[in-house]
Design a protein around this ligand. Sequence first.
Ligand code: PLP
Length: 817
Amino acid sequence: MEEEKEKFLKEFGKDYGYPNASKSIEEIRATEFKRLDGLVYLDHAGATLYSELQMEEVMKDLTSNVYGNPHSQGDMCSATSDCVEAARQLVLDYCNASSKDYKCIFTAGATAALKLVGEAFPWSSDSCFMYTMENHNSVLGIREYALGKKAAAFAIDIEEFEYRNGLSRSDASSIKISKRPVQRRNDMRSREEGEACQGNAYNLFAFPSECNFSGMKFSLDLVNIIKNDSERVLEGLPFCRGKWMVLIDAAKGCATQPPDLTKFPADFVVISFYKIFGYPTGLGALVVRAEAADLLKKTYFSGGTVAASIADIDFVRRRKGIEASFEDGSQSFLSIASIRHGFKIVNNLTVSAIVKHTTSLTTYVRNKLLTLKHGNGTGICILYGGDTQKMSSHKFGPTIAFNLIRQDGSWFGYREVEKLASLSGIQLRTGCFCNPGACSKQLGLSHLDLLSNVEAGHVCWDDNDILHGKPTGAVRISFGYMSTYEDAEKFVSFVINSFVSMPSLATNGRLSEINNTFSSSRGIYLKSITVYPIKSCAGFSVDSWPLSSAGLQHDREWLLKSTSGEILTQKKAPEMCLVSTFIDLTQGILVVESPRCEMKLKIILEKDPYYGKKQNVELRSKRYGVLIYDNEVNIWLSNAIGRPCNLIRSCAPENQSYANRKEIVDKDMENKLNFVNEAQFLLISEGSVSDLNNRLRSNEHKSQCVQPIDSLRFRPNLVISGAEPYAEDHWRTLNIGTEKFTSLGGCNRCQMINLDQRTGQATTLKEPLATLASFRRVKGKILFGVLLRYDNADKVGRLKDGEKLLLQVGQRVYQTG
Ligand SMILES: *Cc1c(COP(=O)(O)O)cnc(C)c1O
């Protein structure tokens, strides 16, 4: 590790860590980002982090100054106005824009600034909106305004071109622009291919200074090329001849490299402050060239943008001044007052040092990822954003987008990467990052692929990370000014430890087979039986228990619903594990206890006193006929778990033994399950648990001491003893005593197994899930224990009154298939 860092510093030492600033990167992290201790935050393209010092200064400022509404009169208000004006100047300075040529309009964010341009742009039916494929959804949305005014809209690809500093106008032809199909609505007038637009229409070209998907930087020379040389560059394309205006989406790029508007005089630049220094959110700016602002026509007027209006006739006089005519309502003046504390930090470090610092980390990780190989010599990582090996680091912002590949050539789903990263305390982002064009281009998805993915139900934020064998998105890491070598190194180690297959260890993508002999003189037998009457609450263990056709009798027959109708589980309400349950079959009661309630709650199974109200509910898109309970019961349980909830009971036929059950039971009781998620039984083997504990122990040098995990941590119904670790994985059918069961495969585990069931507390170590993730992953799932279905359910129906089919502790368990 030390050696690695030395190597890194040898290569990047002059760029890394702010050698000329008053604080080193280590000091910055130790004093201003104490809250990051132990965490690796790599989503600065999503939002960067504010410094703790910055927030102290913001608090000091707001608590010691009186800021009134800047639109009011009076000293306090003019103090606010001064502050707002100073803030505008800071923004202009940041973009090297002269206040003569440019104005800073504050908006609710970069998106609001983009919407403002779209709404107020002087579109005509001869206009055209042209944008690079790589653009944020918030830019793409502008085309709705353009199309609405019958203008044309085009997406273009800007091919790689030789990048030379200060590319002159004569070099413009080295930019190849290739047309994408015109975006046009069926109901829109269609323009003939090749028909050029006439006259004096205004056109808009939009591109990001840095792609928020891949980190690829676009040359800002595009501003001058399109503004001055559009006829030549766009020659042969049915693009309009009118006047071109250029918009730079600098929301991402601004964090480490604001555009120089003196050199590249774009008409519109949008930025967001949380992307630069983390705070405040909900505030952005439109930096607009004064001449361009004069062309904008805003429809809406409001307090803030109106000088005078008359309520009952069509009269309005708008305010003069660019800022005043575009900032509707009262400005977000307290947020605006806060930005100077952010700029102070960034300006002290200097943007040029920030870009060097973050680039050094990005280049280091890029190079590392490209050299990683599986045991069989195949590469593990596909980086997005051009031929990354050929391209130099100055063409990339501090962002890396990639997908990982298994040794056999199949993809690791990005959700799997995300889930495992989270277990390792690494925050990264996955998906398409609101940039569908970059996503489809980089991933090579055709329109047909995209549409069929949508048909298959894929939406931006879901879990369908691989469809038809192709990834639907990517993994993205991004660095901020306070990122460190240690962050980068932890990420690289994470990729190596979790995804690289070693030749000798068959641990990746397959369950490992372990040959330690696990002999037992008794053979394999049933060690314990546990029933969980209320889903996600504590269960109780018994020596023998009756089987029903839905599993163990009364197992997960009840559940707690939040008042909004959501099923409560320990994921949401960890306190549920402190609610203990017991069913006394001879008395016919369910007893519920909680350390938070003095009295026990008793629910009579047969002639349930609260019984009588039947409802149909839809849970996880299945319909259930359920019984609901009186308020008294719900209040007791709400106290027990510390949040409002309602108890409901499944009324599947087999749960009811009263005579009139046919009337109360829905016809469509397709579910032979109670309120379980996947299967009737979960079986855990002691052998597997003991192997897991061995691994946890051998991990101890990495972390603090991990307490051995008990089988009941996994909330099994059945625990078996005497089997070799993971033998159960290979069983297709089995017998417990005389009863037959079929395995439905492994149980996919989640964070819930990290909760200590006695306390409801999770360890900070994310164990045992983190360790399980290192060797029990199959296709993105972390498997432990097997799910069973009872195969002799028909026998239950044939039982005479009073007869029971029992499972008993001590019964022999054996594989039958
Ligand atoms: C974040 C981002 C946006 C959206 O900015 P908001 O302030 O969240 O509206 C737009 N474009 C790019 C490139 C971004 O990174």
